[in-house]
Design a binder for this molecule. Structure first.
Ligand code: 6PG
Length: 258
């Protein structure tokens, strides 16, 4: 019997504590997945917030140990740039996470340098090749932008309604051409963890998780509430959606939440 989908919020004093806790959650999720199945799949978040988490995961000797050679690594999204460009999400992972034991994983890089459409088609085939026709990632890591976007799913974007597992998107700021997993692909994950830090995210987090400053109902009716924000649409269909926040990003939440 699949337990009902559920959402949990944990709040940490600063980014270092957030990264350490997130690393523990990732390790435990992957270790449990590998105890149940021969392989596990992890979707990496883009942006800059995960850097501390990726460095933490690259540390040797941490527990529980992860058999990284049995893990398939994917990305939630990528920019249409070469892998050695500073804007590349892969580049951040290569310089942090993949510099340690996770470098033994099977890495499925989105080849953004091909251009969004070709890279998206290749990536969708790579996912199907690794996980089958209806993949369910064991864990998807996601960030949130100040506008409530996640991966490269932007407010009002056509990509929000895209079918299938991978689509292209046009970001409101450069680099504009993107490849992204879809709402369906991310929500099919057995577990989803949002990693959010910084006061500039507090308003979006409050709208998504319900803040003191948010009048629910009317705001949603006006299309300004959580429902309009892409990050609010991503919930693990069968498992837990865990929001890991630093205190600055949680500033707009109702007192006592988390
Ligand atoms: C991207 C990310 C994006 C990111 C948020 C938060 O490619 O930009 O996938 O969704 O997670 O924009 O970015 P920061 O962590 O840099 O604030």
């Amino acid at each position: 019997m699949t337990p009902p989908a559920r959402r949990r919020v944990r709040i940490f004093p600063d980014r270092a504590a957030l990264a350490e806790a997130a690393a523990g959650e990732v390790r435990r999720t992957l270790a449990a997945a590998l105890a149940a199945r021969p392989a596990a799949s992890l979707v990496l978040a883009g942006g800059s917030t995960p850097a501390g988490l990726y460095r933490e995961l690259a540390e040797r000797g941490r527990r529980p140990a992860v058999a990284w050679d049995r893990v398939d690594l994917f990305w939630g999204d990528e920019r249409s740039v070469p892998p050695d460009e500073p804007a590349s999400n892969y580049r951040l992972a290569r310089r942090t996470l993949l510099a340690g034991p996770p470098g033994r994983a099977r890495v499925h890089r989105i080849r953004g340098e091909l251009g969004a459409a070709e890279a998206a088609a290749e990536y969708e085939a790579a996912i199907a090749g690794a996980l089958g026709a209806a993949p369910r990632f064991d864990l998807a890591l996601l960030g949130v932008g100040a506008d409530g976007h996640t991966a490269s799913l932007f407010p009002g974007g056509a990509e929000l309604a895209a079918p299938g597992w991978v689509t292209t998107a046009r970001a409101p700021s450069p680099p504009r051409e993107r490849v992204t997993l879809t709402v369906a692909a991310l929500s099919a994950s057995r577990r989803v963890i949002f990693l959010v830090a910084g006061e500039e995210k507090a308003a979006a987090v409050a709208r998504i998780l319900g803040g003191a400053s948010e009048r629910a109902g009317a705001a949603d009716a006006a299309g300004e509430g959580a429902g309009a924000l892409p990050a609010a649409r991503i919930r693990s269909a069968e498992g837990e959606t865990l929001w890991l926040l630093d205190r600055a990003a949680a500033a707009g939440l109702e007192r006592g939440r988390g």
